[in-house]
Design a protein around this ligand. Structure first.
Ligand code: FAD
Length: 522
């Protein structure tokens, strides 16, 4: 690569200025040139399309693009990137999966947003299952729910999921893709054999741990900075038929975390006695029994749960799942009992459900439909997602849950708290996690009104300030920083590799500008 590293910052500065300038001169230059392209008919300037590409699930940030590309195939994407890359005045480009980011990460101010969901199910972009059933080739624009339905049709399934399945494969692989399976199977980025990527230089590259591995590791967890993922090869396993689904309540935080850590210590991928899923959450005074995770509890038990919450103000909940099928039907209860032996949950506060595998995996969708019906889904989402080293999780509980959250008394929506094992992650990838062997994810998945989201953002800021002051080395998941210093600090020892890879795969800083890592003018 032509730049020496010290001159990288100069190059970044020049490129950022250039991109800002593009914002000014765009109308005279970019639009007219775009219209001369072969993909011109697929570029939409329709105000509704532009409006939709200017927003996301967060409903907090707005950035208006010049146009929206509705590609039919990866070739259309490569044409667009190639055009920008070779233009004397390049413009920014953002792949938009289902736009379920909350801070504008899939937006491109004055650039072009690619609506990935318009890609047709073709040879490279549909969902194709290997004849031996060991993997599926899946277009980057596919929703995970469609991957689930297609694979289940053949009695197969991926092993690592997100809580919510109406997210795209390319979108979650650009972050990590975490859920209750992560402790055992790793995040979704640890469950990919191979990907196709269109880089910022418009090269179409197939990459894997053995082939173009630098791009493979860069793109996984790469926040869309190195290329647009158009296909991923996802390993499959035989699918279970049903699940035993259990929740247990605690009022003591150290009992709660000790039991979680005990449960995730049995984590072999092929260990049939291990749990298949473990998460945890807080039940808080202010309406947690009425959010998208709470319909689990039997109506007749809700009064006693509510009085427990009223008494203790915070109740901790462990949620676990064990899969079973025709063969293990007779042993699953015994295996579960074995796993739960010696745990310290409150007597009388263990609740159990039996559900179809797909009903469990798609659990958030039914809650989404209920919230949509009440007009409570498309509202601002001032979310904060953190990874916290195990050694500091108790300090976090005291300083954040028991102090900031209780004092402010505004948190509505799920608050997730569950541990995962570092060894299930691959440090060569771009995703950033704490150094300790066990770390917790905490997700404050809050909904607010259109006029009070700043109050929640203030709480998020206070939480981050508390962590900094108390020496709790948190890493943000779905990170959002507004300064270069923030990003350098976030990536830590990975920052220089991240920069080098950016220079190699997207030297003109075209891709995913809404992350605001290299394009601070967004
Ligand atoms: P977008 O928001 O559209 O894009 C995210 C980023 O990736 C952007 O920078 C975009 O430019 C880039 N990008 C999109 N597609 C591609 C591609 N094909 N190639 C390269 N870059 C691309 N996350 C979890 O890990 N676990 C969860 O359980 C979970 N639950 C969620 C529940 C809800 C209700 C919501 C709203 C979000 C949840 N998320 C979860 C977060 C979610 O994974 C991320 O927000 C993810 O980015 C959303 O996917 P998307 O397809 O909408 O991506």
């Amino acid at each position: 690569m032509a730049f020496a590293l010290p001159s990288f910052f100069t190059a970044i500065m020049i490129m950022s200025r250039l991109m800002a300038f593009i914002g000014i001169s765009k109308n005279n230059d970019m639009s007219s040139k775009l219209q001369a392209l072969d993909i011109a008919p697929k570029l939409s300037y329709d105000p509704l399309a532009i409006e939709s590409a200017s927003q996301d699930f967060g409903h907090i940030v707005k950035a208006v693009p010049q146009a929206v590309l509705l590609p039919s195939s990866p070739r259309d994407i490569a044409s667009l990137v190639n055009f920008s890359y070779s233009n004397s005045v390049p413009f920014s480009i953002a792949a938009r999966g289902n736009s379920h980011s909350v801070n504008g990460q899939a937006m491109a101010k004055n650039g072009v947003v690619i609506d990935m969901t318009s890609i047709k199910n073709g040879n490279e972009t549909g969902i194709r299952i290997a004849s031996d059933g060991s993997y599926a080739d899946v277009g980057g624009q596919q929703f995970w729910i469609d991957v689930l339905n297609a694979t289940l049709g053949l009695g197969l399934t991926p092993v690592s999921w997100t809580d919510y399945l109406y997210l795209t494969v390319g979108g979650t692989l650009s972050n990590a893709g975490i859920s209750g399976q992560t402790f055992r199977y790793g995040p979704q980025i640890s469950n990919v054999y191979e990907i196709d990527v269109i880089t910022g230089t418009a090269d179409f590259v197939t990459c894997s741990p053995n082939n173009n591995s630098d791009l493979f590791y860069a793109a996984l967890g790469g926040l869309g900075q190195f290329g647009i993922i158009t296909r991923a090869r996802i390993p499959l396993k035989p699918a279970p038929k049903r699940v035993k689904w259990v929740r247990m309540l605690y009022t003591d935080f150290s009992d709660f975390t000790r039991d979680q850590e005990l449960l995730i210590s049995k984590n072999g991928r092929n260990d049939n006695k291990a749990l298949n899923y473990l998460e945890g959450s807080l039940l808080l005074d202010q309406g947690s029994l009425d959010n998208w995770r709470s319909s689990f509890f039997p109506p007749q038990d809700q009064p006693k749960i509510i009085s427990l919450i009223t008494k203790f103000r915070i109740v901790y909940c462990i949620e676990i799942v064990k899969h079973y099928d025709g063969q293990t039907k007779t042993t699953v209860d015994k295996d579960l009992q074995q796993l739960l032996k010696g745990l310290s949950y409150l007597p009388g506060f263990m609740f159990e459900k039996d559900a179809k595998y797909e009903e469990f995996l798609n659990r958030v969708h039914s809650e989404e439909l209920k919230l949509k019906a009440k007009g409570l889904w498309d509202v601002p989402h001032p979310w904060l997602n953190l990874f916290i080293p195990k050694s500091k999780i108790s300090d976090f509980n005291d300083g954040v849950f028991k102090s900031i959250v209780l004092q402010r008394n505004i948190t509505t929506g799920p608050v997730l708290v569950y541990p995962m094992n570092r060894k299930k992650w691959d440090d060569r990838m771009s995703a950033v996690i704490p150094d300790e062997e066990i770390f917790y994810t905490v997700g404050l998945l809050q909904s607010s009104g259109f006029d009070d989201w700043r109050t929640f953002e203030d709480q998020n800021k206070e939480i981050l300030q508390f962590c900094e002051k108390s020496g709790i080395k948190v890493k943000q998941y779905l990170p959002h920083y507004t300064t270069k210093e923030g990003w350098v600090n976030h990536f830590g020892s990975k920052w220089s590799t991240f920069q080098k890879r950016k220079l190699q795969f997207d030297p003109k800083l075209l891709l995913s500008p809404g992350q605001r890592i290299f394009n601070n003018n967004q």
